[in-house]
Design a protein around this ligand. Structure first.
Ligand SMILES: [Zn+2]
Length: 220
């Protein structure tokens, strides 16, 4: 029986980093659906060929196909032994229903669905903190929170002004958070009602502190 974990959280909360540290320290296997798709195509399986065709035609890979790939992957030895963190699936309530069936069929269990919550101000700060040099030939990147330039708004390398790309603008950040809210809220509800949801908070402290809080709610 494999223990399966799912992390939910808004963009900017550090879900990816926490997931990486979690897998590294516990030996739980990280499974991203994007990687599963690429592996399946590279292995030239029947499913992989199907996916290749869909992508080449500009289509979207269906929930059923993703579910099938996840089901196949969960049967592998490494996951039975160490468990896994599922990344990218489920994103919707119908997908969560599919996952339930996969776990039941495979004799696996949902160990925890972790909701990583974070202060909105912190998220906005993180999502809008990147700056790039306006001089395309230079292309240096900075981060006003973690890697600030020596002089505000000026590139350290070439002295040209720094700009914020549109994907790091306040407007885009707000949109990303709104999309997250509307997509994830039903999923949070779904797992909450089943008693599988645990909550932790991500703050602007060290990764060690955030990790310690995560492990406490998971009970590992
Ligand atoms: Zn520059």
């Amino acid at each position: 029986m494999a223990d399966v974990y799912v992390f939910l959280g808004p963009p900017g909360a550090g879900k990816g980093t926490l997931g990486d540290v979690f897998c590294e320290k516990t030996g739980v296997v990280h499974i991203s659906t994007g990687q599963l798709l690429r592996d399946e195509m590279a292995a030239g399986t029947e499913l992989g060929a199907q996916v290749k065709g869909i992508i080449a035609a500009g289509g979207l890979v269906s929930d059923e196909i993703v579910a099938k790939m996840v089901a196949n992957r969960l049967q592998k030895e490494d996951i039975k032994a160490h468990g896994c963190l599922l990344d990218g699936f489920p994103r919707t309530v119908p997908q969560a229903g599919m996952l339930e069936k996969i776990l039941a069929d495979g004799g696996d269990r949902m160990a925890a669905v972790v909701l990583i919550e974070a202060d909105r101000e912190m998220l906005m700060g993180r999502l809008t903190s990147r700056r790039v040099c306006s001089n395309k030939a230079c292309g240096a990147t900075f981060n006003v929170l973690t890697l600030p330039p020596k002089v505000e708004g000026i590139c350290d390398k070439c002295g040209q002004p720094l700009i914020q790309r549109s994907d790091g603008s306040e407007e885009t950040a707000k949109k990303r958070l709104a999309v997250y809210e509307s997509e994830t809220a039903p999923l949070v509800d779904f797992y909450d009602k089943k008693g599988q949801l645990v909550r932790t908070v991500s703050t602007n402290t060290t990764i060690e502190e955030n990790y310690a809080r995560l492990m406490k709610v998971i009970g590992r």
